[in-house]
Design a protein around this ligand. Sequence first.
Ligand SMILES: *Cc1c(COP(=O)(O)O)cnc(C)c1O
Length: 365
Amino acid sequence: MIKFLDLQKVTAKYADEIHEAVQRVVDSGWYLQGQENANFEKHYSEYIGTKYTVGVANGLDALIWILRGYLELGVMHPGDEVIVPANTYIATILAITENGLKPVLIEPNIDTYQIDDSLIEAAITPKTKAIMIVHLYGCCAYTDKIGEICKKYGLKLLEDNAQAHGCLYNGHRTGSLGDAAAHSFYPGKNLGALGDAGAVTTNDKDLADVIRALANYGSIRKYVFKYVGRNSRLDEIQAAVLDVKLKHLDEDNAIRKQNARYYIENIKHPDIVLPKVTNWDRHVFHIFSIRTSRRDELQAYLTENGIQTNIHYPIPPHKQECYKEWNNLSLPVTEKIHREELSLPMSPVLAEKEMDIVANIINHW
Ligand SMILES: *Cc1c(COP(=O)(O)O)cnc(C)c1O
């Protein structure tokens, strides 16, 4: 069987370094808020190109803390609006509603699957405070036009960079393109921990300070609580593992790109739409997404032939039971993507012979 993602192999690739790092933390007797966090935060800031990284418990919390930080700083107020792509993963939307803010769902572009920047300006109201772009599937969602709109209307530009660690836009990393960015290090992400982990990157010292406090019970000094916070810290073992894997991220992303090229060059089927890549810097292929109107049929056929696939995602946020108030919204591009999307096996440990099998079986469909 060809797995969608073989995490055992992903970890085994750097097993010696990872074991050494974990052992070091185990033996140190120091498990939270120590040197490992400090090292990883420093290296991640250098890598992304921001002044600050704040390690937090997971990607959803990173998103939540950015918005909550702006609420605490008085930059945003309950009821304010955040523009966001309608086809994102639910976490982006949850972070907005959890903070008492209103997501304004914008359709994606059908070729890039990223927020359609031509639809943003018409959605801006006096309550709009931010545009949250999501580099979905590992593809850069930023455009110069989005940057210009943020400037023109005085909006914060926020990035959900959960799927695009290492992606570049004109030499700058995603995660450094706006005012603040959320990163998830869920094990299956391009930079994955061995459990839950996340981070916020920003150049805004005030925001970084508030988030560091919020994620540590709202504490600004030991036993002094300025905010009603939570416990949302990145632990030392995960920080140590991430520091090891960060060193190999570019190398792993280069393999993902090679794999994507292999699929694009070798899958030839009239009913299948392959990713349209116009700039290889701007995609790190967290997910290799194809589309077909006979998606469920193709998925069943691949399963029968021993190939695991996934759907990102089967139900869009506005059709979920938790958001009943939007169930009647009509977002045809988003709905089409959710009906037609299929994700093929993709990782830095996928072998060419496996991709060859996948391409052959698909071509015979
Ligand atoms: C994975 C993911 C998240 C959430 O990250 P967790 O670490 O799982 O909480 C948020 N947004 C997007 C787009 C994601 O893919």
